[in-house]
Design a protein around this ligand. Structure first.
Ligand SMILES: *[C@@H]1O[C@H](CO)[C@@H](O)[C@H](O)[C@H]1NC(C)=O
Ligand SMILES: *[C@@H]1O[C@H](CO)[C@@H](O)[C@H](O)[C@H]1NC(C)=O
Ligand SMILES: *[C@@H]1O[C@H](CO)[C@@H](O)[C@H](O)[C@H]1NC(C)=O
Ligand SMILES: *[C@@H]1O[C@H](CO)[C@@H](O)[C@H](O)[C@H]1NC(C)=O
Ligand SMILES: *[C@@H]1O[C@H](CO)[C@@H](O)[C@H](O)[C@H]1NC(C)=O
Ligand SMILES: *[C@@H]1O[C@H](CO)[C@@H](O)[C@H](O)[C@H]1NC(C)=O
Ligand SMILES: *[C@@H]1O[C@H](CO)[C@@H](O)[C@H](O)[C@H]1NC(C)=O
Length: 652
């Protein structure tokens, strides 16, 4: 259907009054349009100019669409002469790899890079649907214009349309677009689409970008957890008062800047539970509603704190990569329950300049992603100098894995055990080894540095809540409260119950408790490196002496439950090995487990994943291992949607 209907819906403008004597400043911030029912945003900045005769030619052929713009498809001639077959197959590829380009952009075809296009176009395009003009520019002209969908104006200006998607899962706080006025900064996207409480997110065509060694993330559509600063826009940390109080940021967080430098396209900031503390839907999320988990019945908790990053990665095929942060599980939890890849990196792999701290001793920046190739490319871009390894340890250890004798009463556990055991058998075969059970809590009891020390469950019971509360009250709360009081006549800002409870716990402790917590953490880390897994060894072919697997299972957590009031996060479990030992801990999705949903009264499926731990500094080993497991068919690329094989998300 080449006869496109292009409807100009809104010209979005902004204005303000300056002094009464000067003229009003009226600024266009772009347009939203629909092309055959698909919404697009078009900025005011043209990408390139070509001779306006091309426009006139298209117009003369009677394919005017009711506005001054005409949709155009730009094709690059790879060879000197683009033949009919090449053109046809090129256009088929466009449809396969891109969601912004549609056949509606075939109103006119502009061929660049070849000498001429001489074939009889009616052998490709027939009847009334034929493009009004198939034309090529002289060799070399327009060589900077990448292929893909454009709109051409009467003056010959080419505009790149952004497709608008609705954030139906509530994963974003703020849709973004590159600023037109200040290079290197971002601005709120001045466009929206149909949908209740669902901002529009604008994505550019995938056809414009080619990944290169310099730009390994070229065109990768990326969402950023809203604790990282982005120049030009404010940071919320998940708190409304905090967002309002401070002006737009002037400097982009280092991690985010490295993503931008590698070619990533920032499409928006994503929801975080407040000040990156662990919150559960729905009562804990007072300031912003928790995003929706796309899997299963659509009413499972997203886990936190990188909730928006996890929800977006699991929900939207049009979103490629999200940046999260992990202090005590904030990437791994959302990765597990949304069934996507997620990495907590070695602590200190990248400076967290421009990111809100929870506890600097534990804070890390990592990704949530469906495609391991993009995950690895992001890691290479952000963790500068990280070594990669392609030989794997022969030693494989498991913590708390089921055995073939494990009897499971319910389907979730039974399916989970089956999936984990099948994966274990495959990775054993892949590595050419047999796994052994690691009971490190028992090992601690036998080898702890001082026989007076208690079991790990007591040593580390209060370590995490002490570190985060003592650090965050000092680094975030106190300056925030002081600034808010100064601005609002001594008032307090609203803060959700969870961070308040944790901060009060911090206030109840003497200052010396922070040192006690750091000391307990250090005791564990040193012991781990001595008795379980030494850190990265130079000149070792495999970096880590062993790989360690553990799992948190598939847990059913409905978001419509009434909860007990929050308490500080006491307790110790296996997910805290990596936070105290500073080792990489990667979530790898494996499959889905069936459960009977009380929401849908129907069988639904929840993701099952495994966590892989390696020695400190050996992140590159796990990234390569996952890509190798993918190549070997042992793991796969999960789809966005209701299950790992896609499907319409329920409940929206
Ligand atoms: C192009 O091909 C069509 C169909 O084969 C034919 O009818 C038409 O005459 C051709 N046009 C030219 C200019 O060769
Ligand atoms: C950004 O720079 C402007 C002008 O220098 C300043 O007024 C503003 O406070 C700065 N904002 C932040 C968040 O530092
Ligand atoms: C580890 O060993 C201890 C002491 O022998 C035992 O109580 C515990 O159940 C073991 N843990 C696992 C996961 O096997
Ligand atoms: C952990 O600490 C909390 C708060 O002090 C306490 O209530 C709980 O009993 C402790 N648990 C263990 C296993 O020591
Ligand atoms: C530190 O370890 C001791 C046991 O040696 C324990 O009693 C205490 O609760 C721990 N404190 C923190 C903050 O980790
Ligand atoms: C390992 O090698 C790196 C890079 O050559 C060096 O910076 C580091 O100090 C070495 N570490 C050890 C433990 O020798
Ligand atoms: C749920 O399904 C069961 C069996 O299919 C049926 O008997 C029951 O009435 C359903 N419950 C509701 C609330 O519809």
């Amino acid at each position: 259907m080449f006869l496109a209907v292009l409807a100009l819906l809104v010209v979005v403008t902004s204005f303000f009054f300056s002094s009464p004597t000067s003229a009003s400043l009226l600024t266009s911030t772009g347009s939203t349009i629909e092309l055959d029912g698909i919404p697009y945003y078009v900025s005011t900045k043209s990408f390139a100019s070509i001779p306006s005769t091309f426009y006139t030619q298209a117009l003369a052929d009677g394919k005017s669409m009711g506005t001054s713009w005409i949709p155009v498809t730009v094709v690059k001639a790879a060879s000197v002469k683009l033949g009919t077959t090449e053109l046809q197959s090129t256009l088929e590829t466009f449809g396969d790899i891109d969601d912004v380009w549609t056949t509606s952009f075939l109103s006119a075809v502009l061929i660049l890079g070849g000498t001429s296009y001489t074939s009889n176009t009616s052998t490709i395009f027939s009847g009334a649907d034929a493009p009004s003009v198939v034309s090529s520019l002289p060799h070399g002209v327009g060589s900077e214009i990448p292929p893909g969908p454009y709109l051409i104006s009467p003056t010959g200006d080419l505009y790149q349309p952004y497709r608008l998607y609705s954030d139906t899962q509530g994963a974003f706080t703020q849709p973004l677009i590159s600023s037109l006025t200040v290079e290197g900064t971002y601005a709120a996207l001045p466009a929206t689409v149909t949908g209740i409480a669902s901002p529009g997110i604008a994505v550019p065509s995938r056809l414009y970008y080619v990944k290169t060694p310099d730009k390994p993330l070229a065109g990768v559509r990326t969402g950023i957890k809203d604790i990282y600063d982005i120049a030009g826009v404010g940071t919320s940390d998940g708190n409304r008062a905090f967002y309002r109080l401070y002006p737009p940021r002037n400097v982009t967080a280092l991690v985010v800047q490295r993503l931008i430098d590698a070619g990533a396209i920032l499409v928006g900031k994503m929801k975080t539970s407040q000040f990156a503390n662990g919150e559960i839907a729905t009562a804990d999320w007072v300031d912003y509603h928790e995003p929706f988990n796309p899997r299963g019945d659509g009413y499972q908790d997203t886990s936190s704190s990188s909730s928006g990053s996890g929800s977006g990665a699991g929900s939207y095929p049009w979103l490629d990569l999200t940046l999260g942060s992990d202090t005590g599980g904030s990437i791994r939890g959302p990765g597990q329950v949304q069934g996507v890849y997620g990495n907590r990196p070695t602590h200190g792999l990248v400076p967290l300049t421009g990111a809100m701290p929870l506890a600097p001793q534990l804070d890390t920046a990592g990704f949530l992603c469906r495609d391991p190739a993009i995950w690895t490319a992001a890691a290479r871009a952000v963790y500068e100098g990280l070594p990669f390894y392609d030989q794997y340890p022969k030693r494989l250890q498991t913590i708390g894995f089921p055995t073939s004798e494990t009897i499971a009463a319910n389907t979730v556990v039974a399916d989970t055990n089956t999936i984990l055991l099948a994966f274990l058998a495959k990775i054993e075969a892949f590595l050419g080894t047999s796994a052994t059970v690691l009971n490190y809590t028992a090992l601690w009891d036998h080898t702890k540095p001082d026989s007076n020390l208690p079991p790990l469950s007591i040593l580390l019971n209060r370590t995490y809540p002490t570190l985060i509360s003592k650090e965050q009250t000092k680094n975030v709360r106190d300056p925030f409260y002081a600034d808010y009081a100064a601005a609002y006549d001594g008032r307090l800002p609203f803060v959700d119950p969870v961070p308040l409870v944790r901060w009060r716990f911090g206030d109840s402790l003497p200052a010396s408790e922070l040192d006690v917590a750091v000391n307990n953490k250090t005791l564990f880390k040193n012991w781990w490196e001595t008795h379980v897994l030494p850190p990265a060894v130079n000149n070792s072919a495999t970096c880590s002496e062993s790989l360690i697997l553990y799992t948190s299972g598939a847990n059913i957590v409905y978001r419509n439950m009434y909860l007990d009031p929050p308490v500080p996060p006491f307790g110790y479990d296996d997910s805290q090995i990596s936070i105290f030992a500073e080792v990489p801990d990667f979530v790898v999705p494996l499959g889905v487990a069936a459960y009977e949903s009380t929401i849908t009264n129907h069988t639904e499926f929840l993701p099952v994943s495994v966590d892989i731990i390696a020695a400190r500094g050996c992140d590159g080993l796990i990234f390569n291992l996952v890509e190798a497991l993918l190549a070997a068919g042992i793991v796969s690329i999960p789809q966005a949607g209701r299950t790992a094989s896609g499907g319409e998300i329920l409940g929206r």
